[in-house]
Write a protein that binds this ligand. Structure first.
Ligand code: GDD
Length: 429
């Protein structure tokens, strides 16, 4: 049998996702109507030998409990959250919880970074790993990036038979355009490698160092395990051309939303409210409004028949969308209210936010450069070198209120703010 581990980090990670991560942990932010890591879980449950999914992070368990119990009810595999007492890095947590991972004698386990989104080809990666025989300790899903962007990722150089001969994590200069997607199959023998790193760190700590501020159990999978494995004949990479992207900034959520909606056409057409199809998951088959595919509308949302939604829009539970509203390339979160004739483009409207009538809420898309093959999304910081806000999608945090007839362009509004005028290129604190 097989297991899967989803690495989700903790509250002090994911800062570029603010203000959306202020009230919802980033791994639980809804994209295409489902929390980010539910898409990982759905990919895992498609593997029939997979019996347990362990979510590993340092968020307080109270923030994950409800989600885990919802998932446990939905899917027929064991799903648990294991909380690290502090950040243990991308491998330290796995080593700390090794007994839980090994229990039941799995033959191998998947590791998935929780902050990527993809059409996860897990079966293909597993078959690839098995085809490399007993010697393979790790198989990595790889994809192409541009020369300029590759240095922001783990870079892989392949030799004969897809063996990884060289691995450099975020190199200073160009190494290769084949990058690590943060999706792996690992053999159980990998724990011995982690153990060696763990024990050598304890020795260092006792004899030489005074630590580096990190816990002694902190181990970085990429630098401390993968880098030394390269060139030993024990690590392989499968280059794939499937859709894949990171979820670092709020802008990447809009991009991921579009792709997950497109994937639903094959995997879950019932989740789409496409033209000519039923409007929402449990509706009676009639169209509720004008739909330009792809659109997801939660069954509890109420949308006026004269509204036009799409392409690439997700509408959350309890949302109210009034007459003549136009929304495209956007995510509208739980219980938001959008009043008559308002326009929302390239934006995320926070939970319980309210937008008045005849308003315009608009952001700038941050898609990968369509003219560069293999381009990935840029993850720009909020401000440029002149201290100005970089153009971004517009984000309304939790419970923001935008009065009627206001225009909000390329702006980020923190939770609970009641705007009294129009804004452009501003962060509204
Ligand atoms: N449990 C746990 N504990 N998870 C962690 C911790 C930790 O201490 N630190 C990070 N993670 C999780 C993050 O939440 C994320 O899902 C994943 O591990 C990777 O974390 P980062 O440290 O942010 O790395 P990165 O995203 O910059 O780079 C990694 O992913 C790239 C692909 O997205 C590397 O693996 C790169 O090589 C890779 O290209």
């Amino acid at each position: 049998m097989l297991k899967a581990i989803i690495l989700i980090g903790g509250p002090e990670k994911g800062t570029r996702f603010r203000p959306l991560s202020l009230d919802t942990p980033k791994p639980l932010f809804p994209i295409a109507g489902k929390p980010v890591i539910q898409h990982h879980i759905e990919a895992c449950v498609r593997i029939k030998e997979l019996k347990e999914i362990l979510i590993l992070g340092f968020y307080p368990a109270s923030q994950m409990q409800q989600f885990v119990s919802n998932m446990q009810n939905l899917y027929d595999v064991n799903i648990r959250y294991l909380q690290e007492f502090t950040s243990l890095g991308t491998a330290g947590g796995m080593y700390h919880f090794r007994d839980q991972i090994r229990s039941g004698n799995p033959s191998a386990f998947f590791v998935l970074n929780g902050d990527v989104c993809a059409d996860f080809p897990l079966q293909q990666l597993y078959d690839f790993h098995v085809s490399k025989g007993e010697k393979a300790l790790v198989s990595i899903m790889g994809t192409e990036a541009t020369r300029q962007q590759a240095v922001h990722y783990g870079c892989l150089v392949l030799g004969k038979d897809e063996e990884v001969t060289h691995y450099v994590e975020k190199p200073r200069t160009y190494v290769s355009t084949l990058i690590n997607c943060g999706v792996y199959v690992c053999s159980m023998e990998l724990f011995a490698r982690m153990g060696n790193v763990f024990h050598s760190k304890q020795m260092d700590y006792n004899t030489l160092n005074n630590g580096n501020g990190k816990d002694l159990g902190h181990i970085q999978l990429e630098q401390e395990i993968l880098t030394p494995l390269a060139g030993t004949g024990l690590m392989y990479a499968l280059p794939v051309s499937n859709w894949w992207s990171q979820i670092k900034t709020a802008g990447s959520a809009i991009y991921a939303n579009r792709h997950y909606l497109a994937l639903y056409k094959n995997t879950h057409p019932e989740r789409l409210a496409n033209a000519g199809l039923k409007a929402a998951e449990d509706s009676n088959g009639s169209l509720v409004c004008n739909i330009i595919p792809d659109v997801h509308i939660h069954p509890t949302a109420s949308v006026h028949p004269t509204a036009t939604l799409g392409p690439n829009v997700s509408v959350g539970p309890g949302v109210v969308i009034a007459a003549g509203v136009r929304i495209r390339e956007s995510i509208i979160l739980e219980n938001a209210v959008i009043k008559d004739h308002t326009l929302v483009l390239h934006s995320i409207v926070g939970r319980s936010s309210q937008i008045g009538m005849w308003a315009r809420v608009e952001g700038t898309p941050s898609d990968p450069d369509p003219n560069k093959p293999f381009a990935k999304m840029e993850n720009p910081p909020l401000f440029n070198n002149d201290g100005r806000l970089n153009p971004s999608i517009t984000i309304l945090g939790y419970s923001v209120s935008v009065p009627s007839e206001m225009v909000l362009l390329n702006s980020i509004v923190l939770p609970h703010k009641e705007l009294s005028r129009s804004f452009k290129n501003e962060i509204i604190l």
